[in-house]
Ligand binder design. Structure first.
Ligand SMILES: O=C(O)c1ccccc1N[C@@H]1O[C@H](COP(=O)(O)O)[C@@H](O)[C@H]1O
Length: 246
């Protein structure tokens, strides 16, 4: 039985060299953050250049946080992204409006800490083209994402077999296989976990992350891992087990 390889997104790229490293490693999607508070922020000029470099070689994702219409239009004109990622407090209605205005697929990021957070994802069903689950930021956090924090993956045990979603939040080359085994996610996304420091992507860690994610593909393998982890989750949260091994 052939397994579909996991789709891998490397997010927060800000230099031609690390973008090239991501493309060479086989990243399926590359993310460009346009959010000035982020250490990975790219302005529209740099974003346009990086987007041109990646055109036709990976899907280009423009990451925005609660953008108004003017900013959406400006990013669209400058970067011409394949996807828009909304990583703020955007409502389902706002997601629908951005889709209608831009004609581009929209990925909606949702912060997850508890099962209640996950239940709220249903509001975006049929509206967002893809859901991205990230760790819920701490109250007062400067960034709504990109914090390098993982959440309890057992909340998503086996969910990827029936519901497509992208998993993110504190993933690393060392932990992505376990995250996939528990959640059966078909796609993963990483920013901090492949950096040598805030905003400084590390080509070796990018390559290691893509290789680990692609090697972990396989529904049966993921299902087996999810069953095992679900059985173990009764004793302790998944993240605690992973943290001890990291
Ligand atoms: O990367 C950022 O700086 C960022 C800023 C604002 C919103 C989202 C951001 N990144 C997204 O968050 C996920 C998880 O990040 P990490 O791997 O835990 O650092 C990342 O994949 C981006 O999609």
């Amino acid at each position: 039985m052939s397994f579909a390889p996991t789709l891998v997104k490397i997010c927060g790229l800000s230099t031609p060299e690390t973008l090239e490293a991501s493309l060479a490693a086989g990243a399926d999607m590359i993310g460009l953050v346009h959010f000035p508070k982020s250490p990975r922020h790219v302005d529209l000029t740099l974003g346009a250049a990086l987007s041109r470099q990646a055109r036709g070689r990976a899907e280009r994702v423009a990451l925005l946080v609660d953008p108004d219409d003017a900013l959406v239009e400006a990013v669209l004109a400058a970067l011409d992204p394949d996807w828009l990622q909304l990583h703020g407090t955007e409502s389902p209605e706002r997601v629908a409006a951005v889709k209608a205005r831009t004609g581009r697929p929209v990925m909606k990021a949702l912060g997850i800490a508890t099962a209640d957070d996950l239940a709220r994802a249903a509001r975006y069903a049929g509206i967002a083209d893809r859901l991205l689950f990230d760790a819920k930021p701490a109250p007062g956090a400067v960034l709504p994402g990109g914090n390098g924090h993982a959440f309890d993956w057992s909340l998503l045990a086996g969910r990827g077999r029936d519901h497509p979603f992208m998993l993110s939040g504190g993933l690393t080359p060392e932990t992505v296989a376990e995250a996939l085994a528990v959640t059966a996610a078909q796609a993963v996304d990483v920013s901090s976990g492949v950096e040598a420091g805030p905003g400084r992507k590390d080509p070796d860690r990018i390559a290691a992350f893509v290789a680990a994610a692609k090697a972990a593909a396989g529904a049966d393998k993921a299902a087996a891992g999810a069953d095992k982890a679900a059985a173990g989750a009764a004793s302790e949260p998944q993240i605690a087990r992973v943290a001890r091994r990291a």
